[in-house]
Design a protein around this ligand. Sequence first.
Ligand code: SF4
Length: 586
Amino acid sequence: MTPRTLFEKVWSAHEVVAETPDTPAVLYVDLHLTHEVTSPQAFSMLRSRGLSVRRLDRTFATMDHSTPTESAQIFGGKPIRLVSAAKQVAQLEANCAEFGVELLKLQDDRRGIVHIIGPELGLTQPGRTIVCGDSHTSTHGAFGALAFGIGTTEVGHVLATQCLLQRKPKTFAVHVEGAFRPGVTAKDLILAIIREVGVSGGTGHVFEYRGSTIRALSMEERMTVCNMSIEAGARAGMVAPDETTFAYLRGRPRAPQGADWDRALERWRGLVTDPGARFDREVTIDAARLQPMITYGTNPGMSIGVGDAIPARDGDPVHAKALEYMGLQPGRPLLGQPVQVVFLGSCTNGRLTDLRAAAELLKGRKVADGVHFLVVPGSQQVKREAEAEGLDRVFVEAGADWRESGCSMCLGMNGDTVAAGAYCVSTSNRNFEGRQGTGARTLLASPITAAAAAVIGFTVVISTTPIWLRDFDLYRWRDRFKRDGLTATLRLELREMLTPRVSLREPFRWPTEDGEARDPERIKELVEWEIVLSTDHVHSSLRDLPRDERWDAALPELLSDVSALLRDALDLMRELGSAEDRNDLS
Ligand code: SF4
């Protein structure tokens, strides 16, 4: 038998009628997820034609896109503030009641963003075809499902027939090899992939994410990666299911149980690309070279490493228009860009692991003055689990705004919007003009980068590299500085040492050249803060080392050495900050 890719196996198992040059294929749909925004017209269509929903057992509805996130509007009896949102919510309730569709209502403790509750409940399963009237349905591909977004008319087709007319996409292997550097996340990976492939590079294809890096990702991380496949133009993104997938699904309420589970496992284990199967296109990404990413433009492909300069693309009107909208200039780094809003949430990064990563960074710190840090769990289950771990207290004590679940500021349909001209570091998936509100300027990034920006009030890179060996270098450097003064060699060495920590790239400057956009005092604070953060990390790294008697004996001394060292580093920063010739460091 001809070797087949994962996609081809799932596609052929659901092909009711094959496509011809003149007609698309008819594809059977295993699971149809619906919500309040793209379903009203579809239900109207059923009503006007006297049709019923073809497979109620394969249709599932939740409320997420325009639902309020303020508790009082969900549990406190306060009316939904936005009239348009209230109408959509009421309409979905009425439609589901009339047609018999299972719905997670506003106060249901299983409610949440459609792409988060599907996996949580075990509705999302390997080998399934899954559709929903939302582009980021590709999220479910993390389980080896073929999952993609459909339009409102198609929602009607699937409700009525449980089938869809589709042209068969081509296949595209995205090989990712190597381990992430500390501080790099799945969000940084997918932003790097989109930049590499281009925002329309995947058009007409289904990605299969492969390689050692993908195998090492958790299900949550795989979902983050598959979620944004659509931003590279791909129809869907898939990851072959493996033990990580099965462990995630086992025991979920809608996953197969008992003997059905065993049978399902047997079937699911065959959902891999056969050796020798050919892809129409392939790309390879070296994960070890990735750095924390952030977008600077108005599509998710316009991204850079947080410390890199915004590229100049002379003669490119799209690029020029994007930068004008964003109020940014080419050739300048985004590092140190003041932000007014930080949004942690969405179906890309609103899971428990995302909240944990941000809370870890936030613990014991405060959100910077003038920054609104909105934290919106992806589902009520995520919210409950986060509260059970005390994450809500970390956020609230830091000054963040802790909400009920929903899409919220991902698209602002519920009224959670960013003001015109304001900069928002957002963990969501789209940075189009006006996506988070008219005139809003969105900088897409990971939960870690977002939380750091919330605390500093600037975009900043968090280096979690264990740096204690480098710090000993800094210690020696300080002695030479005291002895010889700031020689050219020492300047160069200092730049080398600081670069990974603050991720400022060539040319290294105390950023005073434009006089106002970059405040040297704030940048100095930023550097100091980074060192303080690194202290935390060094301490926890040392504590996490395998324990034996030797370590137990050495640990107190090591911790005190590292603390002293980092205190010296701070002193050094202060000295340099007040040195008259600090601008000569460029
Ligand atoms: S969080 Fe954003 S992308 Fe995800 S389902 Fe909601 S609106 Fe769509």
